[in-house]
Design a protein around this ligand. Sequence first.
Ligand code: MG
Length: 294
Amino acid sequence: MSRIAAFRVDGATSWGVVEGDRLFPVGGRAGAPGSVEELLDTPDLSVWLRSRAATSLDVGTVHLLPPIRPRQDLIALGLNYRDHLDESAARTQQFTPPRQPILFSKAASSVIGPEDEISFDRSVTAEVDWEVELAVIIGRPGRDIEPADALKHVFGYTIANDVSARDLQFLEGKQWYRGKSLDTFCPLGPWIVTVDELGQARGLQVALRVNGQTKQSSTTDHLIFGVEDIIASTSAGRTLGPGDVILTGTPPGVGFTRVPPEYLHDADVVEAEIEGIGVLRNRVRETRSRAARS
Ligand code: MG
């Protein structure tokens, strides 16, 4: 039904509904929730998604922000595409499909928007890798959610790039949180597509390009655990709430499994694309090293 974007224009932040290349602002209207996070706490939120202001903006003229600021650290799945499991096995020592989703968390502070740069200091990490992922945004709270009820708790979907510092991730064991939580390492966007449009998000093409070269190309049909099972598993004994974000794992083609390995460098442009959602495009910037500054 809707594509929802957060944006900044003339120094003010707001949110609105995207149709084609037009953006209909909602956030500034009388009585409207001021942000996407407030929208998720609004009981009659569909009223605001249906309403249209008389005026609209060209979506290309506003500064798009992350469509959601996660309420807490993101929940993420590792090794959730059958083919990615195979390519990673030598490094992860996980040779068979997991019987339960493999979960880790990624710091909420790592989130950036579709117009921000992925930036890193080469003295902290020299192995920065890409991972395109379908991101699930929770709307209705719930705990111990049955798979059959799971989609009632989903507000919508967006695209994530689970940027990963492999040298930190594989240092002294499996330090997923450390390797995946650096500032700017979680681009999200460009907007949220509501669940009524994508359902359980099966059969969607998922791709990632670096400087126009395709590195990852798969479909969500290859997910080991689908959206409904992921929600059932992550809500077992734990309350999921509005604004929680779950990253569903990445398909094959990441840099560290390539021969020779490939990583991101200054001025690279990374495009993560998911059918039915859009393209999340971020530029890479290497900052001056800590050592060089002193
Ligand atoms: Mg990942």
